[in-house]
Design a protein around this ligand. Sequence first.
Ligand code: SF4
Ligand code: ZN
Ligand code: ZN
Length: 306
Amino acid sequence: MRRCAKCSDKGTIYLPEHRLSLCKTHYLEWFESRVEKAIKSFRMFSKEDNILVAVSGGKDSLGLWHALWKLGYKADGLYINLGIGEYSELSEKKAKAFADKIGKKLHVVYLKENIMDIPTLKELQSRPACSVCGTLKRYYMNLTAKKLGYSVIATGHNLDDECAVLMGNVLSWNIDYLVRQYPVLEEGNGFVRKVKPLCLVSEKQSAMYAFLSGIDFVEDECPYAVGASSISYKLIMAKIEEESPGTKLRFYLEFIRKVRPMFALKQNVKLNPCQVCGEPTTGDVCSVCRLKMRLEASKAGMKQNF
Ligand code: SF4
Ligand code: ZN
Ligand code: ZN
C-alpha cells in the first residue's frame, strides 16, 4: 500500500505522471496548488480581479469555481441555459445549488430569451449543434462579463480538453487556431480576458477533485457531445498517456513553450465593433447578429438557406 508523500497516511490517490501518492486532504491541496500554479505562471489574474466563472453544472467548471473560492479569489458564476431539455434543467439546478452552497452569485442567461434554444437552432440550420452553441456561448459570456463589470472570464477547460483541441489543430495544421491556443486570451478589441486555470490538471484529476470535495455535479454529458471528434482524440491521448505517463502535459506545455512562439508573429486579425450590437467581429456584422437576422427573415416567411 502506497503512503501519502506529505503525511505518510495511506495514500488513496496515485498520480503516475508526477510519481506522487497522496491522501485525500493532500490531494485537494495539491490540486488547488496546480490551479494556483497555472494562474501565476500564465499571469491569468490577481486577487483584485472580479472573475466570472463560466459554469455548465459539470465537474470541471464547478470544481474550478470551488478551487478559486478556496484560494480566495473574487469569483462569481455565469450559467448559460442552452435549452437542451432535461440536461439543461438539471445542470442549471446543480449550478444554482452549488452557488448557494458557497454563498456566491450565479448569473443566468437563457438562450431561448436572447435568441433561440440549441435544439430549435439545430433543426433550422445545417451546422452541427456544437458549432453554433460554441459561438453563442462565447458571445454571451463576453457580453455578460462586460455588462456586469467582470474583468476576467474563467472556463473549466482541462488538460485533456486542451490536448484534444491541440491534436485536432495539429492534424490539420490549422495555424490560425494554433496561434490562439494559449491558456490566456488577452483583453482588448472589445473582448474580456479569457483564462483556463485548469490547463495543468487532467480530466481524471478534475473529476477526483470534484468528487472528493463533495460537489454535486451533472454526470451526464450534453446529448450533442456524442460523436464529437474531440472524444476520439481524448481516447487516443489516454492510451498514449497510459503507456507513457506525462505525455499529455509534455505535449501541451512544449507546444506552448517551443512551437506556439514560432506562429505568434502571424497573429494579425483585424477586429471592428459589430454594426448592430457592438461586439467585436472580423466583418461588419458579427456572426450572432447575422444568425439573428436569418432567423427573423425565416420567421417572416422568406425562403432562407440555413
Ligand atoms: Fe453545446 Fe455541443 Fe457542448 Fe452540448 S456538447 S454544450 S451542444 S458545445
Ligand atoms: Zn497526506
Ligand atoms: Zn453583433
